[in-house]
Design a protein around this ligand. Sequence first.
Ligand code: NDP
Length: 449
Amino acid sequence: MQDAMKFVKDRDPDQKEFHQAVQEVLESVRPVLDRNPEYGQSRIIERVTEPERVIQFRVPWMDDSGQVQVNRGFRIEMNSAIGPYKGGLRFHPSVNLSILKFLAFEQVFKNALTTLPMGGGKGGSDFDPKGKSDNEVMRFCQSFMSELFRHIGPNTDVPAGDIGVGGREIGFLFGMYKKLRNEFTGVLTGKSIAWGGSLIRPEATGYGCVYFASEMLATRNDDLTGKVCLVSGSGNVAQYTVEKLLEMGAKPITLSDSSGYIYDEEGIDSDKLAFIMKLKNIKRGRISEYVDQYPGAVYTPVDKSLDHNPLWNHKADCAFPSATENEVNHKDATNLINNGIKLIAEGANMPSTPDAISHYLDSKILYGPGKAANAGGVAVSGLEMSQNSMRLNWPKEEVDNRLKEIMKSIHTACIGAAETYGQPGNYVAGANIAGFLKVVNAMQDQGLV
Ligand code: NDP
């Protein structure tokens, strides 16, 4: 296993986030490799950590002042052993190969956990939609798709949204794909319901994360009623996490963006959530504006000189990191645990650093890693693909019930795999082992390709 990790690091020494994601999976699957020497013989680790294909391309576009801008576009087609590549597109200035490879690698095992036939991929650009006009975003999306369209398709690779890619961007991307291919197919998910989208897709990651949290609490005869909850982010995942928490009788008290966070001791109720949705999705404003509307709340700007994020230092029962990777460090984990946190369910991908995760596991709190807890988004994307293939739309209740069942079965798979491999209650081991086995067994069946 050490050899495999060295192989990965030596090949791409500067891809820190990718190494972090691989290391976590390798540590979990060590007992699987010990019991099944055939995986070592067929160098399965070296194969599963190497993307099947990496596409990088130039994205030139013109801004509103007539200046030419040049961004980078990427698509990582990581693994297609169990279905077409599937995974989001991220538009954010931090995007690079390391971030996208970590996300694509995570996506492979997450997709396997959903029980749907989807391989794993991820893509995006270092383009920042923040502060851009709708016309600029449209021109960028059209230029991005004028290259990406060659590499994707409903049976090949089906991208979706992620940070910075919501309904507006998916619309522009789909429009350009349709024009270039001259066909109307289910090539992207997260589409508007009027032209091929699925009900519940926008809600799915947040709702699914809360369903997963409920399942975890149920193992300790507990539920979300009355639970005080910390939520980070204020985008798609955070908003629908708050919505479902409110429906289940919990009390969310924080939200954030990359500039700072708000703390509302009285709780973020449904009227306040409606204000946030309008602020973030329509006005494209900042979370700091919440305290102008609700002066009882407190806004704290990001302070990079601190060794912790004060959002995670409020007394609460549950935490839902839903912004970005590595947003909870060891000090934050210590603060959460000292304040009596019972559960952490990750809406974001890899939001906790490795030493924060070790701390959660040592303290025996309930910890649901993103790979399992946020799989609801891609699960409903899979359901959107099925509806597109059948050219029909399922009602909201049907999609929501399927989502609930999928989250329940992911929870059961995690618990089962963790027990089988001697780590009961460890959802990290459970998620990694269950996802890994499904993918690598399919790879073994398909030969050396
Ligand atoms: P959005 O773009 O809708 O929202 C992202 C939120 O996180 C915003 O509030 C943003 O603030 C904040 N954020 C982004 N980058 C940073 C940063 N570097 N530091 C602090 N805050 C930051 O994205 P989503 O809600 O879709 O995605 C959030 C997380 O969930 C990501 O990790 C994503 O990979 C993961 N995820 C998303 C899924 C989905 O279906 N959308 C599915 C599964 C996982 P600001 O506005 O200031 O940038």
